[in-house]
Design a protein around this ligand. Structure first.
Ligand SMILES: [Fe+2]
Ligand SMILES: [Fe+2]
Length: 259
């Protein structure tokens, strides 16, 4: 990871603090109880194995399309810290996949090499420009939060709970990071175009949330979430994200905190 260290000339940069955040997060000690001798019970394994397999696959290599599109975006590419921060963000997502993969290996649950949901999302991200690519990515990020919260609450495994807590901390920051990118990408747009993007995002989000529920509802139910509670949590996350995007697009960046 040391190859990611970057020192451009001093400049006023919106992404410099994100670069520093990802570096600090990467280098912070992460103590997972890997040596805890207990493992998943047969019932737990049946409940969570498929869901962890899917998320382990989905967390891998996110952001390649975003990197390519952002390199030619007039606003984002002008910030010398944008691409170095993006590289670290992608590495952090890959780290999530790595931790989940190690957990699967430890539990002797095979890793998936493909899944139709993952395939749809990867194809969607390749369809169009930066806005759509970032929108698809951030949709998965917002919905990952209620999923990992439910996974944490559905298991008695100390190790799996610790992994979920770590990922949840990272993902909470990712929402602000992605809101900044989407907000900057929307700055040149008129109100009507922003309203159309909002509508498209809402449709994509609702469809993806429904898919998440149908694919992983047993985990949510085991954690005590019925569909109503799940939907309220998802829509709350979406509203928060949209507010942060709006602030970033209006240059209210002081309110976009890292934590
Ligand atoms: Fe992640
Ligand atoms: Fe994330």
């Amino acid at each position: 990871m040391t190859s990611l260290t970057f020192s451009p000339a001093p400049a006023t940069s919106l992404y410099e603090r994100w670069y520093r955040h990802f570096i600090e997060n990467r280098d912070a000690p992460r103590a997972f109880p890997w040596h805890d001798s207990s493992s998943l019970s047969a019932a737990e394994r049946k409940l969570v194995a498929r869901s962890i397999q899917q998320f382990q696959l989905g967390e891998w290599a996110r952001g390649r399309g975003l990197r390519r599109r952002a390199s030619s975006h007039p606003v984002l590419s002008s910030d010398p810290w944008f691409l170095p921060a993006l590289e670290l963000f992608i590495a952090e997502e890959q780290g999530h996949s790595g931790i989940l993969g190690r957990f699967l290996d430890r539990e002797r649950i095979p890793r998936l090499t493909s899944h139709w949901v993952d395939g749809i999302f990867r194809r969607l991200r390749k369809l169009a420009g930066l806005e759509l690519c970032a929108m698809v990515l951030v949709t998965a990020e917002v919905l990952a939060i209620p999923f990992y919260q439910a996974l944490r609450d559905a298991t008695r495994s100390r190790l799996l709970r610790a992994i979920c807590v770590r990922i949840l901390c990272d993902e909470a920051a990712h929402l602000n990071y992605q809101a900044l990118t989407l907000g900057l990408a929307r700055r040149p747009l008129r109100d009507r175009a922003r309203a159309i993007w909002y509508l498209c995002h809402s449709i994509l989000f609702n469809g993806t949330a429904l898919l998440l529920w149908f694919q992983h509802r047993r985990v949510f139910r085991a954690a005590g979430r019925d569909f109503r509670r799940f939907w309220i949590d998802c829509r709350r996350g979406f509203a928060l994200l949209q507010e942060r995007i709006r602030r970033a697009s209006l240059d209210h960046l002081d309110e976009l905190r890292l934590d």
